[in-house]
Ligand binder design. Structure first.
Ligand code: SF4
Ligand code: SF4
Length: 515
């Protein structure tokens, strides 16, 4: 009997359990898919440009890489769903949520870090680090991001687990999908879709909690008093999560995501990828035939063509056909094949993370692994450089700032007593969590007189500006001089802000314009 993953050639009853697996193992025939040990890409057959979707029924698998995926799934989803409820005491009048995007207040809070709108370059730095880290991961271990960390992979994995609760493992699900609709089938499918929608809804719900105080927003949502935009975003994310993770699944990886194409251009022969070891696996054949061939001293590979590696694949790839854009490098076929190898008494890792160079190496030659090479050094250096600049900038970050915008029209005003006056719109920033008093002075014109319109006090001839914690204050500054100015004068001015308690300073320069 030929065992195949197609629906019309399904495995015998009980596949997936140990006796059934041995039945498959012992009865599988040689299927000469590969005339040569390594696929010949030059002899590609004509293929249609459109292929109808084949529904994939991934089989449950256990093993090292499945365990890693469970851990990553639990940790990443745990962080995503629970992080909005983590509190961080920043003092009075400041949000106490550890991670918060405060769009109304124009702040991003991340534990002890608070980013103001003018510090958006930190986001640029983070994006550069994220992109280059992806390149580095790719240079070391191929699409390890896709296989373990990508949200599409994580949520699809979760949805497939839920599906197995109601529909059973691969074989049971296959059989049920080929029976007429019944109450049992409708009930199972209904329960599955309901739970999928609940997960999708909570995924959208968790997302909006990052944009407002989570406990307050939950109460408002429950009382139908939350802002409309919150309901809209929950609806959008419920729909996208349900559609992408529940319905489209591997189609997103195969057709929508650009990363496989980019990754293919970035990889090299030293990157670790999930690969089938042709030299060890071919020629493939059933256990019985392999035993006969071995006894006759004829060449025989370890692959018994049981297709377990294909049945567990979430994207339906047969990795024995060579590198495939559909392979997300999740390693589940390694677990499946290792289980088979253990049962037939052959060494594990017929499928393994290995480099192209090693796969093509002649048998007997020692494998070679070169993680440290030019591209990995370059990527690490970029990450280190950008990270260092960001850390230095964060460590030396000032908690006060001042900006000034010169009036455009009129640029200057001549007063009735002959003086010339320039006006500026100024903003004083207090990025600390205490109320602070600043003295504002102007330098650059010997007899310049500074007047502040509102929001400032004068004490002993000093111009004082009080700014509350984590706030800004806008000022209207008038600078007047009686000095004789040259024609079309443009004299550099410096506005200096000094904290009256600790002497911390900030300044901004502009020009004083004359007639
Ligand atoms: S590679 Fe391993 S799991 Fe896949 S068909 Fe061969 S023996 Fe079975
Ligand atoms: S071929 Fe193997 S590593 Fe690639 S997606 Fe399928 S199961 Fe995962």
């Amino acid at each position: 009997m030929i065992v195949d993953h197609h629906i019309d050639r399904i495995a015998p009853k009980g596949a997936g359990t140990e006796p059934a697996l041995m039945e498959i193992v012992n009865s599988a025939e040689v299927v000469p898919l590969h005339p040569t040990a390594v696929p010949d890409n030059e002899a590609e057959p004509d293929v249609a440009l459109y292929a109808a979707r084949k529904h994939i029924y991934p089989q449950r698998v256990t093993g090292t890489f499945r365990r890693i995926k469970w851990i990553v799934l639990l940790v990443s989803l745990g962080i995503y769903y629970l992080m909005p409820f983590v509190r961080w005491d920043r003092g009075p009048n400041v949000p106490g949520q550890a991670v918060l995007v405060d769009l109304a207040g124009g702040r991003f809070y991340f534990f002890f870090i608070e980013i103001w709108p003018q510090e958006i370059y930190y986001l640029t730095g983070l994006l550069i680090i994220a992109a280059v880290t992806l390149f580095l991961m790719n240079a070391v271990a191929g699409r390890v991001w896709c296989g373990y960390l990508c949200p599409q992979t994580v949520w699809t994995d979760l949805f497939q687990t839920i599906e197995r609760w109601f529909e059973g493992d691969r074989r049971e699900h296959l059989l049920r999908d080929n029976t007429p609709w019944s109450f049992d089938r409708v009930a199972r499918a209904g329960a599955k879709h309901f739970l999928w929608l609940m997960v999708a809804w909570w995924t959208g719900g968790a997302w909006v909690l990052y944009f407002a105080d989570a406990p307050t927003l939950i109460k408002e949502l429950a009382a139908l008093q939350a802002p409309l935009v919150a309901y809209v975003w929950i609806g959008i994310l419920t729909f996208t999560t349900y559609t992408l993770a529940g319905q489209m699944r591997e189609q997103v990886c195969l057709y929508m995501c650009p990363w496989p194409r980019i990754q293919a251009a970035l990889t090299d022969e030293h990157a670790l990828n999930v690969a089938y070891r042709y030299s060890r696996g071919e020629p493939r054949g059933s256990v019985k035939k392999a035993a006969v061939l071995r006894a006759q001293g004829q060449p025989v590979g370890d692959c018994i063509d049981c297709l377990q590696c294909v049945h567990v694949c979430p994207t339906g790839v047969d990795i024995r056909n060579g590198p495939d854009l559909g392979c997300i490098q999740c390693g589940l076929c390694i677990d499946a094949c290792d289980t088979v190898m253990a049962k037939i008494g052959r060494p594990p890792r017929l499928i393994a993370y290995d480099t192209d160079l090693n796969i093509k190496r002649s048998p007997g030659n020692a494998p070679e692994f070169r993680i440290v090479r030019a591209r990995t050094i370059l990527y690490t250096a970029i990450i280190a450089a950008v990270g260092t600049v960001m850390l230095y900038s964060l460590a030396t970050r000032r908690a006060e700032a001042v900006s000034a915008i010169h009036d455009r029209n009129p640029v200057f005003v001549r007063l009735s007593d002959g003086a010339v006056r320039n006006a500026f719109t100024m903003r004083v920033l207090n990025m600390s969590l205490e109320t602070r008093t600043f003295e504002l002075t102007v330098e650059g014109l010997a007899d310049a007189h500074l007047d502040i319109v509102g929001n400032a006090a004068t004490a002993g001839g000093r111009t004082l500006v009080v700014v509350g914690p984590d706030q800004t204050r806008e000022l209207r500054a008038l600078v007047t001089t009686y000095q004789h100015l040259p024609p079309f004068a443009s004299i550099p001015l410096t506005f200096r802000l000094v904290d009256t308690d600790n002497g911390a300073q900030a300044s901004v320069t502009d020009n004083f314009r004359g007639p």
